[in-house]
Design a protein around this ligand. Structure first.
Ligand code: SF4
Length: 154
């Protein structure tokens, strides 16, 4: 997996103070996408073991307590990102107790494959659906267009 940005301290993408990772790779091609540069899977930087270790360490940091991890992109549920995302989330669940995971995807929840659904087992909140420019609504929280849904999974 590749990624575009990592913010170790972020107060914009999800509730509270968080760590946020924007991964590479997205098939949805939404008109008006504000993150077009993330579409190609091989764009950005390689997500290394060191990056995974850094995110876990940041989530464990007691000096700046984080509420959890936000995963966006690009699309964290792109089939070719699932292995790396699953490995990261297994560590977040086992090594960072009490931290929540928020995830943004362009897929609709009802259209997810079995493999993508399995990844959701370690996700607390999923915001799903493509960005639809004609349904854009700046008053919405955590989503850009009104077709997208915030699913509080657990
Ligand atoms: S799902 Fe998100 S990243 Fe992908 S094209 Fe749509 S707005 Fe852009």
């Amino acid at each position: 997996m590749n990624y575009h940005q990592y913010y170790p301290v972020d107060v914009v993408n999800g509730p509270g103070t968080r760590c946020t990772l924007f991964v590479s790779g997205c098939v949805h091609q939404c008109p008006g996408c504000y993150n077009k540069s993330t579409w190609r899977l091989n764009s950005g930087l390689l997500f290394t073991q060191e990056m995974e270790d850094l995110i876990v360490a940041n989530l464990q940091d007691t000096l700046i307590p984080r509420q959890g991890l936000s995963l966006s992109g690009g699309d964290p549920l792109h089939p070719q990102n699932l292995q790396a995302i699953n490995q990261l989330l297994r560590r977040v669940v086992s090594e960072c107790p009490g931290k929540n995971v928020w995830m943004w995807t362009g897929y609709r929840r009802e259209d997810l494959t079995g493999e993508q659904q399995e990844t959701l087992a370690r996700v607390n909140v999923l915001i799903d659906g493509k960005y639809v420019q004609s349904l854009r609504d700046p008053s919405l929280i955590w989503r850009g267009s009104s077709n997208q849904v915030v699913h509080y999974l657990r």
